[in-house]
Ligand binder design. Structure first.
Ligand SMILES: [Zn+2]
Length: 390
């Protein structure tokens, strides 16, 4: 029991030290002792192990040690090129991919178009992508340490894809198919918003407060962080905010119900309404130019006002339920039309008498793949948090 306890504590200390090195690098051993509150003997012994494992590198500081005199301190860095992590996002007709080093810094990213959507075809394509990235990294001690795939749909806790509407999949065990191709690789399949909120949490570092990520692009999905943990739900199905009805007899949704929030308030819903209004397809780029050139007529202004109300009705429910510290939104219309965010904040203040903290995601379309990469790194290093650098 005593040995098990000491191993347990050793692992906790190791995780704390690694997390702080990633967050604060470069750091000296004495900096680490101050930051973590661990004693110098523990720090020295842990660092020695991590150096042996080639997870850290040390370099003599270029700067003088300051007024206290003495030797130049030796600084510690994560050996970020010793391992790489691959994150994918399965979209309707493409697979987005991001490769990061061990620090979570993006080293490569690419989108691969896919012609078929059968699980076998997608699994083969993923194998091809994995091999492509393996070739691109050289002299890395551990190579690619994990493959995580974000899927738009319901994924249970055993990584089974219960339903994925954009690929028309039901009950698919993609993990098993991939594991056959790569028996020793750490493979993880989760909902895209789980990975997105993991990346945003790593980027914003908001400890202990409710924090919500809303992906309002093709549909609406939500990532929820409470007490620093991502809420998955008993079945791994939490965060389906897009299917909360805002209109009982409203628009028909693919889920079988009516009036779902995403049929009104996601980015695609707006462009669908715009197409109907103007009887022609107006792309995001075209709409962005129209805004720049003040070519927004009364009809479109009215449409934007409706869109604002649609977003508001769902957003207010989320604020009333979670009272979050921050709501991060990924929606490109809000990016190009900041008046919407301003008006939403005003309306929420009028109703709730609170200043809602609403920000637009800086990670944008990379968040899912990046979160997938981070998930692999957390598992490989056995840590709970990886601070992404801004
Ligand atoms: Zn629905």
């Amino acid at each position: 029991m005593e040995i098990a306890d000491s191993k347990f504590i050793k692992n906790i200390n190791r995780a704390i030290i690694l997390e702080e090195i990633i967050k604060n690098e470069p750091v000296s051993r004495s900096d680490l002792a101050k930051i973590t509150g661990l004693n110098k003997v523990t720090i020295s012994s842990q660092i020695s192990d991590l150096l042996d494992e080639k997870l850290l590198i040390e370099k003599k500081s270029e700067n003088s040690p300051g007024t206290s005199g003495g030797k130049k301190p030796i600084l510690l860095f994560l050996n970020k090129k010793c391992a790489y992590s691959l994150g994918l996002e399965l979209k309707k007709d493409s697979i987005s991919s991001v490769l990061t080093n061990l620090n979570g810094e993006i080293t490569q990213k690419e989108a691969f178009s896919v012609k078929k959507t059968s699980p076998e075809f997608i699994a083969d394509k993923i194998e091809e992508i994995f091999k492509y990235y393996t070739k691109s990294i050289k002299n890395s001690k551990f190579g690619i340490i994990g493959l995580s795939v974000g899927v738009h749909g319901k994924i249970d806790k055993n990584n089974i894809i219960i339903e994925c509407n954009n690929l028309k999949w039901k009950n698919i065990n993609l993990k098993k198919m991939l594991q056959k191709k790569f028996p020793d690789l750490n493979i993880n399949i989760k909902n895209n918003n789980y990975f997105s909120v993991l990346a945003e949490k790593s980027f914003y570092d908001i400890p202990n407060d409710p924090f919500i990520f809303l992906n309002m692009s093709a549909g609406i999905g939500m990532g929820i962080v409470i007490d620093n943990n991502i809420l998955l739900g008993v079945n791994g199905l939490s965060g389906e905010a897009g299917h909360v009805s805002i209109e009982l007899n409203g628009r028909k949704c693919y889920c079988g119900r009516r009036g779902c929030w995403e049929t009104y308030a996601c980015e695609n819903a707006f462009f669908k309404d715009l197409k109907e209004l103007k009887k022609k397809n107006i792309s995001y780029d075209k709409f962005s130019k129209m805004l720049d050139n003040n070519e927004i007529d009364e009809e479109i202004t009215a449409l934007l006002a409706d869109y604002e109300n649609y977003i508001y009705s769902g957003l207010l429910s989320i604020i009333n339920i979670f009272d979050p510290k921050l709501i991060l939104i990924y929606n490109r219309i809000l990016n190009i039309y900041p008046a919407l965010v301003k008006n939403l904040k005003k309306k929420i203040y009028k109703y709730n008498k609170i200043e809602a903290s609403i920000e637009l995601s800086e990670l944008k379309e990379d968040s899912c793949c990046l979160g997938a990469c981070i998930s692999n790194i957390l598992g490989f290093l056995n840590i709970n948090f990886l601070k992404l650098k801004k």
